[in-house]
Design a protein. Structure first.
Length: 153
């Protein structure tokens, strides 16, 4: 009986921890899994940001069209998109302005920058656009401009 007890205690001492090799194997597997996740998830995040910007631009265009129907003209570039939230200073047709405005708040693009607006536009009656992730005109990929006048809305 005493011999069995000594054998059990010796076996427990040998099985108390994990080896360094086992630890390295587990860490390698975790690193491989996290690398696969990062490679597959990050590009989707960029595509989602571009889709959100396109949706925002469509909403802004709709609000601008409603503004034009009520006020008989688009806001000027100087008045900007803020005219969709509050009555522009110097506006003479205040009785025609929709109570509460045309947008609750003015959205910012997915990269935290304000959307750009021109009236008259260079590509149509109005231009609404975002400069993309880099905030600079032009660019490719995630840095590409997102605009209301392209064929691929």
């Amino acid at each position: 009986m005493l011999i069995d007890l000594k054998k059990k205690m010796a076996a427990r001492r040998r099985q108390k921890g994990i080896t360094l090799i086992e630890l390295l194997v587990v860490l390698s597997i975790l690193a491989l899994i996290s690398a696969l996740v990062v490679v597959n998830v990050l590009p989707e995040r960029d595509r989602a940001a571009a889709r959100k910007a396109k949706i925002d631009i469509g909403s802004i265009e709709n609000a601008l069209d409603q503004y034009r129907l009520d006020m008989f003209a688009y806001p000027t570039t100087e008045q900007g998109l803020e005219a969709l939230v509050t009555i522009p200073p110097g506006e003479t047709r205040t009785d025609q302005y929709r109570p509460g405005g045309y947008l609750r708040t003015l959205p910012v693009d997915p990269w935290g920058k304000p959307y750009q607006f021109r009236q008259p536009g260079e590509h149509g009656p109005i231009d609404v656009f975002s400069y993309g992730a880099d905030g600079e005109p032009g660019g490719e990929g995630v840095n590409a401009d997102i605009v209301n006048w392209s064929e691929e809305k």
